[in-house]
Design a binder for this molecule. Structure first.
Ligand code: VGL
Ligand code: ZN
Length: 202
């Protein structure tokens, strides 16, 4: 068992990000068994869940004429327009059936405000609106975080960089993550994580 100051954060291991899902990440389901095995070693375990209303601004379908995976300008900056995914209460938003959810201490949902996306588990995409996860982790005494999940280059990277900026000691286990890799986004995300002081471990 790791020290009580260590937390495992499992990012968005949901059906829509796994093969067959609306925003499928190649090999997204391959990481589930490894994540389940890792969970047993941590005394603080958090799952995040992408959780959008149907009218969410990140969906291309809500922007007439916009193609999925195109980029638009939002009041808070650039935003990729995604296929409709992880709609609240739908099977696509549910965790992968084989993910061990019972051991989780906390499930934190994000992206539930229609006008703003939230890749990071800590802040929405305006980089200012907190999700509350920082307070939870600090009050439980967590200082060292291990991140795994989907997708490496979006929600995992944004969460890892925010966590490092907040002063947590952050490791991303890349072997237990899978990427969307949109126009070089994976290389960019890895460089951004390294620059923020995030440890990348296989
Ligand atoms: C994610 C795109 C849109 C992710 C969530 O979990 O990485 N990516 N929503
Ligand atoms: Zn999303």
């Amino acid at each position: 068992m790791r020290d009580a100051s260590e937390a495992l954060i499992v990012i968005d291991v949901q059906n829509d990000f796994c093969p067959g899902g609306a925003l499928a990440v190649a090999g997204g389901d391959e990481i589930v068994a490894g994540i389940n095995a890792l969970m047993g070693g941590f005394s603080i375990r958090v799952l995040t869940q992408d959780w959008h209303p149907a009218d969410h601004a990140s969906f291309a379908a809500n922007h007439p004429g916009a193609a999925p995976f195109s980029v638009t300008e939002m009041p808070y900056g650039q935003q990729v327009l995604w296929p409709v995914h992880c709609v609240q209460g739908t099977p696509g938003a549910a965790f992968h059936a084989k993910l061990a959810t019972d051991p989780a201490d906390l499930v934190i949902r994000k992206g539930f405000r229609a006008a703003i996306d939230s890749y990071s588990a800590f802040f929405e995409n305006d980089h200012a609106t907190p999700t509350g996860l920082e307070g939870y982790l600090r009050t439980r005494g967590a200082t060292k975080l291990t991140l795994v999940g989907l997708a490496t280059d979006f929600c995992v990277a944004y969460s890892a960089i925010d966590a490092a900026k907040l002063g947590f000691d952050v490791t991303v286990r890349t072997g237990l993550c899978r990427a969307i890799d949109l126009d070089g986004s994976l290389a960019k995300a890895e460089a951004g994580m390294r620059a923020a002081g995030v440890r990348l471990e296989r």
